[in-house]
Design a protein around this ligand. Structure first.
Ligand code: GDP
Ligand code: IMO
Ligand code: MG
Length: 423
């Protein structure tokens, strides 16, 4: 599998965690390069469900070195509690490496995420309130605190003092919120720093050396293409780059080093948070997909909005990521729906739109143009190959491949790591 990037092809929660876990079996290194604990990746292994937010989903296999790259924003309390939970389950976390340049989420980021969302009122983004956006704002403003600062007590204290002063002004004077305590933050973060210091290094060098020596390296995307800060459904996006290009910047590797790019999609579409969603189903089929597919957020528990598969979105994901293949998950969730629809284009003001609009005001009011397919009733959760699937399920998969001009290379028929097969 050499060097493979794995990205979300929709609005996140496509089942990336499961596929990463499966591919990690054959990987020497798994690398996260963007986002933070807004991600919630589920892995079901040997009957145990793991929810990973910052640590790469490859950690469950013994061999893989797991890297948290420079583009990730790290909440130290969260990564430490995730490490503790893994240790309690008998997982060895000594293979974890954290880049010295990764930015640190601080209590004022959490406060500002909450306060700015509240101030937006009905126009809120629906963030996960984990301080992700405010942390990336500081990075872009060049006042962020990085892991290399955190582990140097004097440097950290000085930078924290300056930032708490600035942020408390904004928190109290602009938003009327409660100020953050400098002393408490300093004390808490000094403890986190001590615990995390042994894991901090220059991961760009590790990743480069692994690739150069012919190791199998897997890049683990968080979120999905439509949540990309640049090419996604702005402003209803996250503050990082979930597209494949994000790996280059967020892990410090050049684009020529990545050979394959696998897009993860569900056999239908979901989204959490606000923003337009052309194929959303506000009816009993949408409710059925939510219930059968257990579509509730891993991080926030929010019910996910559900709708038909949208080939316009998948063609967009193929384009912006340079996908070489798709892994289509949750085919099992569609079992029992007699007629399945796939959106092949949008219609607006009498015109047909085939490329995903660059401006969400254009997306608003887009009517999906559907192609309809016969469903199936047979249980597919034990399928190990295409031959085990009902003919209508195979027809559905083949039609999707044609509509998006990208091969489906893996199919998911259940949440367990065994419920996936390659084609
Ligand atoms: P991620 O953020 O992309 O890793 O996805 P999440 O973990 O947030 O959400 C995907 C959910 O679907 C999780 O509960 C997975 O256990 C589950 N899942 C993944 N693949 C399949 C599948 O093929 N079938 C079913 N029924 N569930 C799946
Ligand atoms: P995984 O990796 C789905 C969404 C939030 C919100 C928007 C901005 O599990 O697929 P943020 O907290 O990032 O500022 O929120 O992005 N969002 C996700 N939606 N899956 C995710 O991650 C997400 N991470 C962020 O719901 O709409
Ligand atoms: Mg998720």
């Amino acid at each position: 599998m050499a060097v493979t990037a794995l990205v979300g092809a929709q609005w996140g929660d496509e089942g990336k965690g499961k596929v990463i876990d499966i591919l990690a079996q054959k990987s020497d290194m798994v690398v996260r390069a963007q986002g933070g604990n807004n991600a919630g990746h589920t892995v079901v292994a040997n009957g145990v469900t793991y929810k990973l937010r910052l640590i790469p989903s490859g950690i469950l296999y013994k061999g893989a070195v797991c890297v948290v790259g420079n583009g990730v924003v790290i909440d130290p309390a969260v990564i430490l509690s995730e490490m503790d939970a893994l240790k309690d389950s008998g997982v060895d976390v000594s293979r974890l490496k954290i880049d010295a340049r990764a930015h640190v989420i601080l209590p004022y980021h959490l406060a500002l995420d909450e306060l700015s969302e509240k101030a937006r009122g009905a126009g809120d983004i629906g963030t996960t309130k984990r301080g992700i956006g405010p942390c990336y704002m500081d990075k872009a403003e060049r006042i962020g605190i990085r892991m290399c600062d955190l582990i140097k007590p004097a440097v950290f204290e000085e930078k924290l003092k300056r930032n708490v002063e600035i942020k408390n002004n904004i928190i109290t004077k602009i938003y009327g919120g409660e100020p953050i305590s400098f002393e408490k933050t300093l004390a808490d973060y000094k403890q986190y720093a001590q615990k995390l210091a042994p894991y901090v290094c220059d991961t760009s060098v590790l990743v480069f050396n692994a690739i150069k020596s012919g190791k199998n390296v897997l890049f683990e995307g968080a979120q999905g293409a439509l949540l990309d800060l640049d090419v996604g459904t702005y402003p209803y996006v996250t503050s990082s780059h979930p597209v494949s290009g994000g790996f280059c910047v967020g892990a410090g590797v050049g684009p020529t080093l990545i050979k394959e790019c696998l897009g993860i999609a569900k056999a239908y579409t979901t989204r959490v948070g606000k923003g337009p969603f052309p194929t959303e189903l506000d009816d009993e089929i949408g409710e059925r997909i939510r219930t059968v597919g257990a579509e509730f957020g891993t991080v926030t528990g929010r019910p996910r909005r559900c709708g038909w598969l949208d080939a316009v979105i998948l063609r967009f994901a193929v384009r912006v990521n340079g996908l070489t293949g798709i892994a289509l998950n949750k085919l099992d969730t569609l079992t029992g729906i007699s007629k399945l629809k796939v959106c092949v284009a949008y219609k607006k003001d009498g015109a047909q739109i085939c490329d995903f609009p660059s401006d969400i005001s254009e997306l608003e009011g887009c009517e999906p143009v559907y192609e309809e397919f016969d469903g199936w009733t047979e249980d597919v959760t034990g399928a190990k190959s295409l031959n085990d699937l009902p003919a209508n399920a195979v027809k559905y998969l083949r039609a999707v491949e044609k509509l998006i001009d990208c091969p489906i290379k893996m199919v998911g028929v259940g949440p367990d790591r065994t419920q996936n097969f390659e084609i």
